[in-house]
Design a protein around this ligand. Structure first.
Ligand code: ATP
Ligand code: MG
Ligand code: FE
Length: 353
């Protein structure tokens, strides 16, 4: 089958065409992404209204480009998959409405896809991974450890109780005067810093629950910076290195616990998949690789273009749904700014809140 995917939940406008063979293997036929980083960098973060307008401007052209690069027309496509949440509501409206219009005009089924499901299923497209596996999603908006048991069958083992990990990098960068997005800037500065100069907190380390917390760390960074201001380049590097060390140690504790729990129940070939922009961080990657080796778990890191937001993962989630004959979504489907993957978390917030 051939699926057209659309992604507009945050600050990337994206369209892609993905093919799924009857044996379950996937192939990205075309994949176009327009990042809005330049539009948002002056503000040090994503501005929802600017994002929504940029999606309106870019999406039609990107859909055409994705079809053209794939060498197909809408008539060749078997279904349209568009992100319906979670994310910024303005962007979601643009993408989902566009998906609906295309599906209606071309007479194709529509799948309203959960963005997190896109991240969760990517490793099946890139590596043909079999269920179950563990996924660590670390991006600007999410920090979650999820057991992926099947299409539509997810157990959230841990989530952040305050800031997302990428958000912690971005806020730390902002208060140190580093450019947006903060992750790459903090990582680069940390290379020449002394990671032992500041003893930043390691939130929730040692606790049995698998949640994450990063806002206290950000506050500690602010206090340390204020105490020694004005900051020299070396001070900034030392803060970044110490911050990254605290993050890496915290993650190691949390994910290590998760892997231990996972090893107790897992049959088959255990694997940990990483997703989200923070997966680009080399220190975090190395730590995860080492942890997986220690626990006898395969470490899967899809190419960075598929770790960050993209439409190939959304098309693929649609392909997986279509292959299982899951019902398409009605054209009345609404975008949802909050939409947990996990049925239990979903029950807690209720639909549409
Ligand atoms: P969502 O959370 O909805 O998936 P997003 O756009 O916030 O969307 P991504 O595009 O996946 O998330 O990732 C962007 C985040 O990744 C930013 O917070 C950025 O600072 C962080 N990031 C990127 N590179 C690095 C790096 N090398 N080290 C740490 N963080 C990084
Ligand atoms: Mg992004
Ligand atoms: Fe994402």
């Amino acid at each position: 089958s051939l699926i057209l995917g659309i992604e507009t939940s945050c600050d990337e406008t994206a369209a892609a065409v993905v093919a799924r063979a009857p044996d379950g293997t996937g192939r990205i036929v075309s994949d176009v992404v327009l990042s809005q980083i330049a539009e948002h960098s002056a503000y040090g973060g994503v501005v929802p209204e600017i994002a929504a307008r940029a999606h309106v401007d870019a999406l039609d052209g990107l859909v055409k480009a994705a079809l053209a690069q794939a060498g197909v027309t809408l008539g060749d496509v078997d279904a349209v998959a568009a992100t319906a949440g979670p994310g910024l509501i303005g962007g979601l409206l643009v993408g989902l409405m566009t998906g609906k219009a295309i599906a209606r005009a071309a007479g194709k089924p529509l799948y309203a896809i959960n963005h997190l499901e896109g991240h969760a299923l990517t490793a099946r497209l890139t590596d043909g991974l079999a269920f179950p596996y563990l996924m660590l999603l670390v991006s600007g908006g999410h920090t979650q450890l999820v057991l992926v048991k099947g299409v539509g069958d997810y157990e959230r083992w841990g989530t952040t109780i305050d800031d997302a990990l990428g958000e912690a990098f971005d806020k730390t960068a902002k208060l140190l005067g580093l450019p947006y997005p903060g992750g790459p800037a903090v990582e680069a500065a940390a290379l020449t810093g002394d990671a032992d100069r500041f003893a930043f907190p390691r939130p929730l380390v040692g606790e049995a629950r698998l949640d994450f917390s990063f806002s206290g760390l950000k506050t500690a960074v602010r206090q340390a910076a204020q105490a020694i201001a004005p900051l020299s380049d070396q001070d900034v590097a030392d803060i970044c290195a110490s911050f990254q060390k605290a993050i890496t140690r915290t993650l190691k504790d949390r994910i290590g616990r998760g892997l231990a729990r996972y090893r107790q129940l897992s049959q088959g070939a255990p694997a940990l998949v990483v997703a989200g922009g923070v997966a680009a961080n080399k220190a975090i990657r190395q730590m995860l690789q080492g942890l997986c080796t220690e626990h006898g778990v395969r470490f899967v890191a899809p190419p960075m273009s598929l770790c960050t937001d993209n439409a190939a993962m959304i098309a693929w989630a649609g392909a997986e749904r279509l292959a299982l004959d899951l019902a398409p979504d009605p054209l009345s489907a609404s975008p949802r700014s909050r939409w947990p993957l996990d049925a239990k978390a979903e029950a807690l917030i209720g639909y549409g809140k």
